[in-house]
Design a protein around this ligand. Structure first.
Ligand SMILES: Nc1ncnc2c1ncn2[C@@H]1O[C@H](COP(=O)(O)OP(=O)(O)O)[C@@H](O)[C@H]1O
Ligand SMILES: [Mg+2]
Length: 395
């Protein structure tokens, strides 16, 4: 598939024509080891330094919950409630400068609902929103955590989820399309268990799955293409990755089949598979089964066969390329969260990373046990010392 990707004016440099998406304040209440905490920040990178267990990742998790999904730990909502404050539901609030200008985002566990309920409340500018997808229309974010390098070993679903997160930051509607697709799929699965199922209702659900599925596949392919291009152009010494996505619909689109035709083909597959899917109790093919592949370009080695060090570096290069790609083509720089990433880099790569995030201009939140790991960033970043659930602005 070829996309009309326009050439950016410069291959590197500060994007003065970009909107730098960023938080201006963050408040937590009853959030893990924080009883209450608040910080005011500028658009510059933020360094969170502190001992193990101080509460650095908790801050990144709180920020990640300002986007759709379950946050960077994929935690259950009740797990996040502070154990030191039995009975209080957690809450996170942030003032942001986002895609629609300044906004106040709030989220938390619904104190009215029972503890097992995993539905979180979303408030934007004080108004409760129906779904989480609205968050993606204000803020885009990408993150990297030490757990994520396992995604190469975890199989298709982890890779696909990682890619879909990258797509969210490129296409604000991706989250709502995935919701719509999955809702229709669950309804279809239920209906297929009933031998009296209404054929017209199944047709309608399959139509929704085909339409949203084609759009999902298209958005994934487009993101992959932009990231690959951005990586090819990168002057960083990090290993270069090449991303791929394969699946029923993606493969059709990739060979140049028009979207409407791919949609019809997928609808046909779903209709033919009703009996088989009914017997399996799930939908056996579709965009929810697509697989992401990553190759170490210079070695021509699949990422799952690379060393853990190489895997970490490949993921970092993908995340940075995505941030650059959002800046070039969307004119929006996402917020980046890098948990314990810096400690694994040698000093040369560390400086390269700092230079890259400063050039991209992203509000990048970075954690490390020692502020000395961030030598070279002085003057360009805001430093916070994290200690036992408290935050102190370190001058
Ligand atoms: N629900 C909770 N209530 C209270 N404390 C919690 C909760 N969940 C995790 N913690 C504590 O938060 C602390 C800090 O976690 P974390 O942010 O991961 O630390 P680090 O600074 O190493 O990244 C840990 O000591 C953990 O026990
Ligand atoms: Mg941590």
């Amino acid at each position: 598939m070829t996309l009309a990707i326009e050439q950016p004016a410069v291959s590197a440099g500060v994007h003065t024509d970009c909107r730098i998406l960023h938080l201006t304040s963050l408040s937590l209440h009853s959030f893990r080891n924080y009883v209450a905490a608040r910080m005011e920040v500028t658009a510059a990178p933020v360094v969170l330094a502190g001992h193990n267990g101080a509460g650095k990742t908790n801050i990144l998790e709180a920020i990640s919950l300002l986007t759709p999904g379950r946050g960077l730990r994929r935690a259950k909502l009740a797990e996040i409630d502070s154990r030191n404050h039995k009975g209080l539901a957690w809450a996170v609030a942030a003032n942001i400068s986002g895609m629609q200008g300044e906004a106040k985002l709030g989220t938390g566990r619904d104190a009215e609902s029972d503890e097992g309920s995993d539905k979180r409340i979303i408030k934007i500018d004080g108004k409760v929103c129906k779904g989480q997808a609205e968050l993606a229309r204000h803020l885009s974010m990408i993150w990297l955590t030490p757990q994520m390098e396992q995604l190469f070993q975890e199989g298709a679903s982890a890779g696909r989820k990682f890619l879909d997160r990258l797509v969210y930051s490129f296409d604000a509607e991706h989250a709502s399309r995935i919701n719509e697709y999955e809702y229709a799929m669950r309804e279809r699965n239920k209906l297929l268990q009933d031998y009296r199922a209404d054929g017209h209702w199944l047709d309608a659900l399959e139509q929704t799955m085909a339409e949203t599925g084609a759009a999902i596949a298209q958005a994934r392919l487009s993101t992959v293409e932009h990231i690959n291009l951005s990586i090819q152009r990168s002057t960083l010494s990090f290993p270069k990755a090449e991303l791929g996505i394969s699946g029923l619909v993606e493969n059709l689109l990739a060979t140049g089949v028009p979207a409407v035709q791919a949609e019809e083909a997928f609808k046909g597959v779903l209709k033919t598979a009703r009996r088989e899917d009914g017997a399996a109790g799930r939908t056996l093919s579709g965009t929810h089964r697509s697989e992401m592949g990553v190759i170490h370009l210079t070695k021509q080695m699949p990422a799952q066969s690379c060393s853990t060090g190489e895997q970490k570096a490949l993921l970092l290069s993908i995340v940075l390329a995505q941030a650059r790609s959002c800046a070039h083509w969307r004119k929006e720089v996402p917020v980046i969260l890098l948990d314990e990433v810096v400690a694994h880099l040698d000093s040369t790569r560390r400086l390269e990373l700092f230079e890259e995030i400063c050039q991209i201009g992203a509000q990048t939140w970075m954690t490390g046990t020692d502020a000395a790991l961030f030598a070279g960033l002085e003057g360009a970043a805001q430093y916070y010392q994290v200690e036992n659930g408290t935050l102190r602005h370190a001058k």
